[in-house]
Design a protein around this ligand. Structure first.
Ligand SMILES: [Zn+2]
Length: 165
């Protein structure tokens, strides 16, 4: 069943699987591709303008952690490690929340959501995630923040340039 997706710039698109649309290049993610290999695709979430927020999606269409191949497992953890270290060194991100669920409507992807001071009023840990994301979507679409998000994407892209296992 196709679903309506709202992008960060307010446009909506209809796709069967957002992860497939993004990782195949059918849909360009906000700010462009941060990194891609044969097996994975790294991009800013298209819906939420938070500097340094990163999605790591598999290129294959599957849903569960136990479906990763041996090669995917190795690359996945190396890629998370690399993205995390670039978030720290280039963007000064001190804490990251990781989120992944297997009953997603889009295929296998991990959210890496930086934890900023402005998020504290929304609570702590998993309970804060949805309010934080919605706040960003509805109240952080100003030009200054959008520039900061795009600059963050460029930094991460540079940091991941040439990365391989
Ligand atoms: Zn898919």
């Amino acid at each position: 069943m196709p679903r309506q997706i709202t992008l960060a710039d307010g446009r909506t698109v209809e796709v069967e699987c957002l992860s497939c649309a993004l990782t195949s290049g059918l849909l360009a993610p906000t700010g462009g591709v941060i990194y891609e290999s044969e097996r994975f695709h790294v991009h800013q979430d298209v819906a939420y303008p938070i500097r340094g927020l990163v999605i790591i999606a598999s290129k294959r269409h599957f849903y569960s952690m136990d479906e990763l191949t041996g090669e995917e497992q190795l690359e996945f953890i190396s890629l998370i490690h690399k993205v995390r270290s670039e978030q720290r060194t280039r963007l000064g991100i001190e804490k990251v929340y990781y989120f992944y669920n297997e009953d997603t409507t889009h295929h296998f992807h991990l959210w890496m959501v930086p934890r900023y001071d402005w998020m504290k009023p929304f609570g702590h840990s998993v309970e804060s995630l949805r309010p934080v994301l919605l706040h960003a979507r509805h109240h952080m679409n100003d030009e200054e923040n959008k520039r900061a998000v795009l600059a963050g994407i460029d930094e991460l892209r540079e940091g991941l340039d040439g990365f391989s296992l």
